[in-house]
Ligand binder design. Structure first.
Ligand SMILES: Cc1ncc(COP(=O)(O)O)c(C=O)c1O
Length: 490
């Protein structure tokens, strides 16, 4: 194959280059241990994808356990090292919402991390995995009384309170039990970050958190955040541990984290002084980015940790306060790249598409776009539909010397927006029965999966030391019909 001769399709987005070699796995997107065999097949820990398909079927989430563990450890070690002299290290809470099952929860604990949950169901997984309450946090903007009681039953290390309303409810429930709830307050610092940029605004128009803007409550001059601090210190059933914020997702640059840390530390210092309290903890949330496509360039955990440590150290010195114990909540950056989704190709079709504007002025020019349908779709990866997320894909079951062809990988659902990979160059000879692998599907794919069109949700296989085992089995047709009460009950 000579891709020099192959021109980029005018239909392709600007960022998408024609790969030099379609058979090569592009490093930042794949888990350690994913390679090409001599025969040209994608393997993980030496296991060919055809063997995985044979044993477990498709679609299938294929996760590297060792890669998960090493990414978890990398975060813990990097942040511990960077913050050692500031606050004796960092508590890393893996954000379970990104992907959670009992096996993963147990790896998290074994690697020395804690677990961030945001529902009673996630707490149930944590309990089944044997995670101790003090190593758990509970999030959520609308926790039920049952969830708050469950958190207290399990003696959770922290309940992250999201609103004044919830603070009052937690205080009442804890008081009625004769207990004290350990609470962090989730603040909205007005910093929103995504990929390379962040924006700072005074006011927040979102469902999460307590605003730090001074006119955010009826009380003139008092922010919702301050009102919550004042209220929390007045409840004997609340132990106020500290403050929390989460500024966005898929963030590559540390600047947004730095600005948020400065804002929260300034507020923490002011509250300590004004209310004669000590707030020993500060959680800076998650949001660290990963590579979904060849042009994504996430920074190593150590680099972000160092950048954040510099800011926390200097801000605490300027404010003249003892640094609080820092915690973070990475999800995607730990699990995202550990996993690829394996699909089987079915129907193929090519359409002619009008040329983009500039070209079409020269006449009625059209270009081909090939649709490659796979046996899953928006039910196992909702992110392209939800967020316009970009992914990549590779022909996984064999090598090909065919020319690259601009392709759109689509699912089998009854939605025209059912797109798995919007734009990718695949070999022109991709055919029904081939296997495709889509990298970077560890976070917010299985977690967001659905049974739309009565498709069974795929299983998750973990690979370690050359062996693959199911950590979540795929659904069967029986599972799909299990909760249907049947015609007898109509
Ligand atoms: C409060 C909170 N913490 C942590 C996370 C994890 O974010 P990420 O997976 O991008 O690291 C989220 C994600 O939405 C969140 O809302």
């Amino acid at each position: 194959m000579n891709t020099d001769a192959v021109h980029a399709s005018p239909l392709a987005p600007e960022w998408l280059a024609v790969p030099d070699n379609l058979n090569v796995l592009q490093a930042p997107m794949w888990a350690a241990g994913v390679e090409k065999s001599d025969a040209g097949e994608v393997t993980i820990d030496g296991i060919p994808v055809s063997e995985l398909k044979e044993k477990f079927g498709t679609p299938l989430f294929v996760m590297s356990e060792s890669d998960f563990r090493s990414r978890a450890r990398a975060f813990k070690d990097a942040f511990d090292e960077a913050f050692a002299d500031i606050c004796g290290g960092v508590d890393v809470y893996y954000a379970g919402k990104s992907f959670l099952c009992t096996a993963v929860a147990s790896w998290v604990a074994e690697e020395g991390l804690r677990l961030d949950t945001c529902s009673g169901g996630e707490l149930a997984v944590a309990a089944r995995a044997g995670i101790e309450g003090p190593n758990l946090g509970l999030h959520g903007n609308n926790k039920s009384d049952a969830e708050i009681n469950r958190a207290l039953d399990m003696k959770l290390g922290r309940i992250v309170v999201d609103s004044l309303d919830e603070l009052e409810r937690v205080a009442k429930i804890a008081s009625s039990r004769g207990e004290t709830a350990k609470v962090m307050l989730r603040l909205t610092p007005g910093v929103h970050a995504h990929t390379h940029e962040f924006i700072a605004t005074a006011h927040e128009d979102q469902k999460f958190g307590l605003s730090m803007a001074e006119d955010s409550t009826e009380e003139a001059g008092l922010s919702a955040a301050e009102e919550a601090v004042a209220a929390a210190t007045s409840y004997s059933s609340i132990e106020l541990l500290g403050l929390h914020c989460h500024i966005g997702s898929q963030i590559f640059e540390p600047d947004g984290f730095a600005v948020a840390a400065q804002k929260l530390l300034g507020f923490l210092a002011a509250m300590q002084l004004k209310y004669s309290i000590v707030l020993p903890e500060l959680d800076l949330g998650g949001g660290y980015g990963i590579a979904y496509t060849p042009v994504d360039t996430p920074r190593p955990a150590a680099e972000i940790a160092q950048a954040m440590a510099v800011v926390v150290r200097s801000t605490c010195a300027e404010l003249g306060i003892t640094a609080p114990r820092i915690s973070i909540e990475p999800g995607r950056a730990i699990v995202g790249s550990t996993t690829f989704t394996l699909y089987e190709v079915g129907t193929l079709k090519t359409v002619r598409v009008d040329a983009p504007e500039a070209e079409s002025q020269q006449g009625n020019v059209t270009y081909p776009r090939r649709y490659v349908s796979v046996d899953g779709g928006m039910s196992d990866n909702a992110r392209p539909v939800l967020y316009d997320a970009d992914y990549s894909a590779i022909l996984a079951s064999r090598e090909s010397s065919a020319d690259p062809q601009l392709s759109r990988v689509v699912g089998k659902h009854c939605e025209s927006g059912d797109i798995v990979v919007r734009d990718v160059y695949l070999p022109a000879d991709v055919a029904a029965g081939d296997l495709l692998a889509v990298p970077g599907t560890g976070a917010y794919c299985w977690a967001l999966s659905s049974n739309y069109n009565y498709l069974a949700r795929p299983g998750v296989v973990a690979v370690r030391d050359g062996a693959a085992r199911l950590i979540v089995r795929g659904e069967t047709e029986e599972d799909l019909l299990n909760r249907d009460m049947g015609v007898a009950n109509v």
